[in-house]
Write a protein that binds this ligand. Sequence first.
Ligand SMILES: Cc1cc2nc3c(=O)[nH]c(=O)nc-3n(C[C@H](O)[C@H](O)[C@H](O)COP(=O)(O)OP(=O)(O)OC[C@H]3O[C@@H](n4cnc5c(N)ncnc54)[C@H](O)[C@@H]3O)c2cc1C
Length: 392
Amino acid sequence: MVTVTTRNPADRLTEEQILLRDTVRQLAVERIAPRAAEIDRTSEFPEDIRQLLAQQDVLGLPFPVEFGGVGGDLLTVCLAIEEIAKACATSSLILIVQVLGSLPLTLAGTPEQQARFFPALASGRTLAAFGLTEPEAGSDVAAARTRAVRDGDGYVLNGTKRFITNGSVAGLITVFAVTDPEAPRHRRLSCFAVEVPTPGFRVERLEHKLGIRGSPTAELAFEDVRVPAANRIGAEGDGFSIAMATLDRSRPGVAAQAVGIAQGALDTAVAYARDRRQFNQRIGDFQMVAAMLADMDSQIEAARQLLYTACAEIEAGGPDIGRWSAMCKLVAGDTAMRVTTDAVQVLGGYGYIDEFPVERMMRDAKITQIYEGTQQVQRLVIARALLGRPAS
Ligand SMILES: Cc1cc2nc3c(=O)[nH]c(=O)nc-3n(C[C@H](O)[C@H](O)[C@H](O)COP(=O)(O)OP(=O)(O)OC[C@H]3O[C@@H](n4cnc5c(N)ncnc54)[C@H](O)[C@@H]3O)c2cc1C
């Protein structure tokens, strides 16, 4: 006999996760949402939100309890990101990049390195950043040119990193640099924990952006920057694989951001469609508007369930985590772009002006299709996983 079990997908959340999600939701509604429009308008890094997230232990979520963190699993971290992003995508990036910038240490750091760096990161005293992209090395990560040359008990770094989120406010940047230019492409890079400020390190400029405007995107210059050998993460030549393993575990954070942005836009659109009247009826009662709302809701829920499944698969440590992580980012990023664009449509002219948050959400959504690998790169990752499998 075949037993068919039906399971409410929400059941997959533990009581602790539901409590955490609801606590962060309340924090986001009461303390973050009221700041979101101003953060966007001024393009200023929200130091107050960083302090709030630190005080409330939200920045401690990804770090082990033994180092002062909360020891949350990937899904727990994503639930927090989703709730913050619903209110303010820029603010959610503070947590996303705390995870991204510290993952090389989580995955390949020694116990000594973790003990040295994690307590300040877990408390939120120090922010992390992830320094991979360069002017000539975007999707083609292995083309990086920043050099790290061994010199006595350390390395000397020279080069430029571009588009580094939080690069101007971080105290610790995980930087990928070439240690062996003659090695095969995927063995040229090594990874370093660079503590900043330090002599030779400069923030060259901050970018003006379409969205996530309060999140600083920095160009960083390294000119004869000395880094102790004790700050090399992993072995020489491991940099490329550490970067890829990091992205496999950080992309769900971007997917969670995308789901949050989309949900925020849908919530605004539904409230508007209930109130706004044209032709003597609620616009939500026009079938064409109602259908848009139904599609938006369904697409968000599909993206969310894929994200939660991906988190479980990644936590389980199966062989296919690159595919799961790419799939959830691909689906959630495209969903956020579509849903936020439709939310602007539902609000008509009011969607296009900054009296309502949906135009900001539409601008914020776009980046989820670009960073941590463009949507085209996600498709490459998924297709390679499919085609690399033995025929079934
Ligand atoms: C706001 C912002 C924040 C960022 N934060 C960080 C950060 O914190 N740390 C960091 O290291 N980087 C960061 N990035 C960099 C980001 O990850 C890169 O911009 C992204 O990976 C794409 O690289 P690129 O911009 O050089 O585009 P390119 O690689 O030049 O791509 C241009 C176009 O070509 C397509 N393309 C490229 N290669 C292929 C291919 N093989 N097949 C099909 N299509 C392809 C791309 O999909 C894209 O459409 C950030 C970027 C932005 C804009």
